[in-house]
Design a protein around this ligand. Structure first.
Ligand SMILES: Cc1cc2nc3c(=O)[nH]c(=O)nc-3n(C[C@H](O)[C@H](O)[C@H](O)COP(=O)(O)OP(=O)(O)OC[C@H]3O[C@@H](n4cnc5c(N)ncnc54)[C@H](O)[C@@H]3O)c2cc1C
Length: 323
C-alpha cells in the first residue's frame, strides 16, 4: 500500500487544525522485527510514532482519514505479545512509544499508554506507593497491559484499574472518553478493548501508601524470578498459550510432560527450560514461530485431547488474512 499521499494529506490537515505532533517519527516499509520482542516481522507500510502532547487530536484525524481512505490502523505498544507476519502489516502502524508519562491524581496514578509498565512500577516505588509491584520486570507498555489484561504473580492489571481513557475510532471527533472499570468486562487475559479498535490513551491506576522497603523487596523478587526463569535470555513474547483451570495443570506443565521442551522448527524453539515459552534462537521467521506453536498445540490435542489457546497474538498479513 503506497501511503505517501495519505500521510501528506494527514499532516497538512493536522497542521491546519494545530494537531500536528511537534515530533513525528515516521518510516515507510519499516521492518516490524525492530519493534517486537520476538525480533520477527516484515515491513509495515507506514509506521508512525507521534511525540509531544497532541496524540489524542492527531489520532482522531488519523482514524477519520484512515476510515475514509480504507486504510487499516494497527496500534502498537511495546510489541511484547506479538508475532508479526513475515509479510508485515498493511496500512498504518501507530506506535504509542513516545506517548509516555505518569502523574498523581489524588491517591491514584494516571499513566499514559506508551509508558513501559516496569517504569510505572518504578515510579510508584519512588513515591512510596504500593500496588504495582507485580508489574516490575514485565515487558511492554501500559496500553498493551490494559488491552491484554496482563497477569502475573496472581494479579491482573484489572485488579488495579480504576478507569481507562480511550479514543474510539468511531467517535474520534468527540475526543477522548474515560471508561470506569466495570468488573464483568474483564476476565483472565480478557479486556473490553479486545476486538474494538479503540486507542487506549492512558489509565488511572489504584495505589495505596506502603512501606518503601517492602515495595522494593517485592519488585526485586519478581525481577529475580523472571531472570531465573530465563525470560530475558532469548527474544520471545513470554507465555505462548493461556492457562486453563479446567486442564488441571498449567499449559507449560502439560507441554513439559509431553517432552516437547527443546522442540525446534527453523530458528524457533520451545525453550529448553520452559514448555510455554517459544524462543527465537536467531534467524527465526514469524512463520517458524507460528508453525511451531501450531505443532505444539496439535501434539497436546492428539495426546491429551486438550485445546490450547494461544496467548501470543498473530498480527499482520498471514496468507489471505490480515489480523
Ligand atoms: C519475557 C516476557 C515475559 C512476559 N511475561 C508476561 C507475564 O508475566 N504476564 C503477561 O500477561 N504477559 C507477559 N508477557 C507478554 C507481554 O509483556 C504483555 O502481554 C504486555 O502487556 C504486552 O504489552 P505491549 O505494550 O508490548 O503490547 P503489544 O504486544 O504491542 O500489543 C498487544 C495488543 O495490545 C494492543 N495495544 C497495545 N497498546 C495499545 C493501546 N495503547 N491502545 C489500544 N491497543 C493497544 C495491540 O494492538 C495488540 O493487539 C511477557 C512478554 C515477554 C517478552
Amino acid at each position: 500500500m503506497v501511503l505517501r499521499p495519505f500521510l501528506d494529506a494527514l499532516l497538512s490537515e493536522a497542521r491546519q487544525a494545530r494537531a500536528a505532533p511537534p515530533a513525528l517519527d515516521y518510516r515507510f516499509d519499516e521492518p516490524m522485527a525492530a519493534h517486537t520482542t520476538f525480533r520477527v516481522g516484515g515491513p509495515a507500510d507506514l509506521w508512525l510514532r507521534p511525540g509531544g502532547d497532541l496524540l489524542p487530536r492527531f489520532a482522531g484525524l488519523l482514524f477519520r482519514r484512515a476510515r475514509e481512505a480504507g486504510v487499516p490502523v494497527f496500534i502498537l505498544g511495546g510489541g511484547a505479545n506479538l508475532v508479526v507476519s513475515d509479510r508485515g502489516i498493511r496500512g498504518v502502524v501507530l506506535d504509542t512509544g513516545a506517548w509516555a508519562g505518569i502523574r498523581r491524581e489524588g491517591e491514584d496514578l494516571y499513566v499514559r499508554s506508551g509508558t513501559p509498565v516496569d517504569e510505572a512500577a518504578e515510579y510508584c516505588a519512588r513515591q512510596g506507593r504500593a500496588g504495582l509491584e507485580f508489574l516490575a520486570g514485565m515487558p511492554g507498555t501500559l496500553g498493551g497491559a490494559v488491552w491484554m489484561n496482563a497477569r502475573c504473580y496472581e494479579r491482573s492489571l484489572s485488579d488495579i484499574l480504576a478507569e481507562a481513557e480511550i479514543l474510539d475510532p468511531d467517535g474520534a471527533d468527540a475526543g477522548p472518553i474515560r471508561v470506569p472499570r466495570s468488573p464483568g468486562d474483564f476476565g483472565y487475559k480478557r479486556s473490553p478493548f479486545q476486538g474494538r479498535g479503540a486507542l487506549i490513551l492512558g489509565a488511572l491506576l489504584r495505589s495505596s501508601g506502603g512501606d518503601p522497603e517492602e515495595i522494593r523487596r517485592k519488585m526485586a523478587e519478581h525481577r529475580g524470578d523472571r531472570e531465573r526463569k530465563g525470560h530475558y535470555r532469548y527474544p520471545s513474547a513470554g507465555s505462548v498459550f493461556k492457562n486453563n483451570r479446567d486442564f488441571g495443570a498449567s499449559a507449560g506443565r502439560i507441554i513439559d510432560e509431553l517432552g516437547l521442551r527443546g522442540l525446534r522448527l527453523g530458528g524457533a524453539c520451545v525453550a529448553p527450560w520452559h514448555g510455554n515459552i517459544i524462543i527465537n534462537t536467531g534467524g527465526a521467521s514469524a512463520a517458524d514461530i507460528r508453525s511451531l506453536s501450531e505443532l505444539v498445540a496439535a501434539r497436546v490435542k492428539a495426546e491429551r485431547g486438550l485445546e490450547l489457546e494461544p496467548e501470543i497474538l498473530f498480527a499482520g498479513e498471514w496468507g489471505d488474512s490480515q489480523h
